[in-house]
Design a protein around this ligand. Structure first.
Ligand code: F6P
Length: 319
């Protein structure tokens, strides 16, 4: 393998730049040329491809977002789109590809691998919803962004003795809500993986207030539904003064934490090693602090789930 490509696709995540840097530097270290493909699979279809050098990835390890830009590309889900992408790979003489993104991005990587273009997936998403890895790049930074926001909201919630419903991202996964809720002592955490009885939530809030609790934080993962609707229901059922905050895309930005930079560097470099070793159709990950790789199809067929022990703990600590 003499030339490889790298792209970022789907929702961006802090740490993607550190992963790009690791891919580029590790490939050049092995005397392999690297081509950056801009705007994910859309850029692949359009031939938005540039050679990268050591200096192309200087001064980016600390930056959020992705230097290669990102996009969600419907066309690449079609046979025609994939064919156009393959033609561009052939034109540039690219022998293999590192795809940094989430599960949608890996479905594209799987298609390319099946058509003879070896791809390796690097899990980059704030959602932490990729099977086969304990953590995805960006999760830790998003978590810290959420915690900083909740700490601030808690100040005003205390001053005004209010109940706050805070909606966080995560798509269909509750990891961000669960970890943030545990880290910030939220009274209630609602995650899509576990159905909560609304009356139980109301009773818990009422019991707290009877005990003298003057403010409460309720974390709602977006996969459960709208924070605004939930806030309205709480207001009607309890008569407590309730406010709703949707943290939205603030969770996707910012300088990556040390944990994300290190994870991204390790996973990016591992992806290059695997590609150069002749393997294809793999996803790299970290499990019990060991770098691992799994078959892309097997990983995509598995269902991600939250850590139920952690969920139970969050329930026990918020009585
Ligand atoms: O997958 C990352 C994510 O931020 C999800 O948490 C969220 O549901 C989605 O992307 C938002 O996508 P977009 O930026 O396209 O609105």
């Amino acid at each position: 393998m003499k030339k490889i490509g790298v792209l970022t696709s789907g929702g961006d995540a802090p740490g993607m730049n550190a992963a790009i840097r690791a891919v580029v530097r590790k490939a050049i270290y092995h005397n392999v040329e690297v081509y950056g493909i801009k705007y994910g699979y859309q850029g692949l279809i359009d031939g938005n491809i540039e050679k990268m050098e050591l200096g192309s990835v200087g001064d980016i390890i600390q930056r959020g977002g992705t230097k290669l830009y990102s996009a969600r590309c419907e066309e690449f889900k079609t046979e025609e789109g994939q064919q156009k992408g393959i033609e561009q790979l052939k034109k540039h003489g690219i022998d293999g590809l590192v795809v940094i993104g989430g599960d949608g991005s890996f479905r594209g990587a799987k298609k390319l691998t099946e058509k003879g273009y070896p791809c390796i997936g690097v899990p980059g998403t704030i959602d932490n919803d990729i099977p086969g890895t304990d953590f995805t790049i960006g999760f830790d930074t998003a978590l810290n962004t959420i915690i900083e926001a909740i700490d601030k909201i808690r100040d005003t919630a205390t001053s005004h003795e209010r109940t706050y419903v805070i909606e966080v991202m995560g798509r269909d996964a509750g990891d961000l809500a669960l970890w943030a809720g545990l880290a910030d002592g939220a009274e209630t955490i609602l995650v899509p993986e576990r159905e909560e009885n609304f009356d139980d939530v109301v009773q818990r809030l009422k019991r707290g207030h009877e005990r003298g609790k003057k403010h409460s934080i309720i974390l709602v993962a977006e996969g459960v539904g709208s924070g605004f609707e939930f806030g309205q229901r709480i207001k009607e059922a309890t008569d407590l003064e309730t406010r709703v905050t949707v943290l939205g895309h603030t969770q996707r930005g910012g300088s990556p934490t040390a944990a994300d930079r290190v994870l991204a560097s390790r996973l990016g470099a591992k992806a290059v090693d695997i590609l150069l070793s002749g393997k294809a159709g793999r996803i790299v990950g970290i499990q019990n602090n060991q770098l691992v790789d799994h078959d892309i199809i097997e990983a995509l067929n598995q269902k991600h789930s939250i850590d139920m022990e952690m969920y139970q703990l969050s329930q026990e600590l918020s009585i």
